[in-house]
Unconditional design. Structure first.
Length: 281
């Protein structure tokens, strides 16, 4: 997917498919990004997010202390997105969306506290894309995507337990198609990462695009941020958007202490039977 080498020597990366909604599926662009509580170059961060043109942003380390809602509103406004859920109410994870996404429901989950360790949580939402196309038999359908934004523990034992809680939370969304994205604080050979990838599909491993390592921006060598998807979602491409038109390397280094992960997903329309079941749940 490499296109060319522009003046200056950096490699230009072919973009992922644009967001679209059709009668049978929607292409949804999902970005996962640890923003370090907006403590770095906010303008650079906003430029990176805008250039990625996401429909959904799974944020980690969102502002969660004094006037955190004002900071979240600033980020949403500067990136052309809207706040969906999370932040302080989820101990850091947050979800932003474009206006394409209709938030059907959301829930912030606080995980059990381990004495001496930072409390963790999940920001979760069920999103709908498109205007409710009809099946040939006249029954209603929908393009729904469950989303979980996560930031797992620095402690190995707690992180492994939280990986199991993450899988439980994805299942509890009650939708056929879902993604979980965030800062795993562990590389793919770690126990927690492997626990998640044993049930959900690792986006980079399934369809690599862009670059792999996410930490740290100055000399990235470790992939500790990831996006996972349930079966049935087509992962068109997933990776760090270094070299994507509009994503400047200097902005990536200045924005925060992690690199983002961008994916394009083709999400099918849910079968009418599952829509009816979800509506009555």
């Amino acid at each position: 997917m490499i296109e060319e080498t522009p003046p200056g020597g950096s490699v230009a990366l072919a973009d992922l498919p644009a967001s679209t909604t059709g009668p049978d599926a929607a292409v949804v662009r999902v970005l996962s990004y640890n923003i370090r509580s907006l403590r770095d170059d906010r303008e650079a961060l906003a430029r990176v997010i805008r250039a990625c043109a996401p429909d959904v942003v799974c944020v980690q380390e969102a502002p969660r202390f004094f006037r955190w809602r004002k900071a979240a509103a600033w980020l949403a406004r500067e990136t052309g997105l809207v706040y969906a859920t999370g932040g302080a109410t989820a101990a850091g994870p947050m979800i932003l969306t474009s206006l394409r996404a209709h938030v059907e429901r959301s829930e912030d989950i606080l995980l059990p506290r381990v004495p001496g360790l930072h409390r963790r949580g999940f920001a979760t939402a069920v999103l709908r894309f498109g205007g409710g196309h009809r099946d040939p038999d006249g029954t209603g359908g929908a393009i729904r995507l469950g989303v979980v934004s996560c930031h797992l523990s620095l402690a190995a034992a707690e992180r492994y337990d939280q990986a199991g809680m993450l899988l439980d939370r994805v299942a509890a969304l009650g939708v056929p198609y879902a993604v979980a994205a965030g800062d795993i604080n562990e590389q793919p050979d770690g126990r927690a990462f492997r626990r998640i990838a044993g049930t959900l599909r690792d986006g980079w491993a399934t369809e690599p695009w862009g670059s792999e390592a996410t930490f740290d921006p100055g000399d990235p060598r470790r992939r500790i941020d990831a996006l996972f998807a349930t079966d049935g979602i087509e992962i068109i491409g997933c990776g760090v958007p270094s070299g994507l038109p509009g994503v400047d390397d200097a902005d990536l280094r200045a924005a925060t202490d992690h690199l983002p992960v961008l994916a394009a997903l083709r999400v099918p329309r849910a079968p009418a039977s599952s829509v009816s079941s979800a509506s009555s749940a």
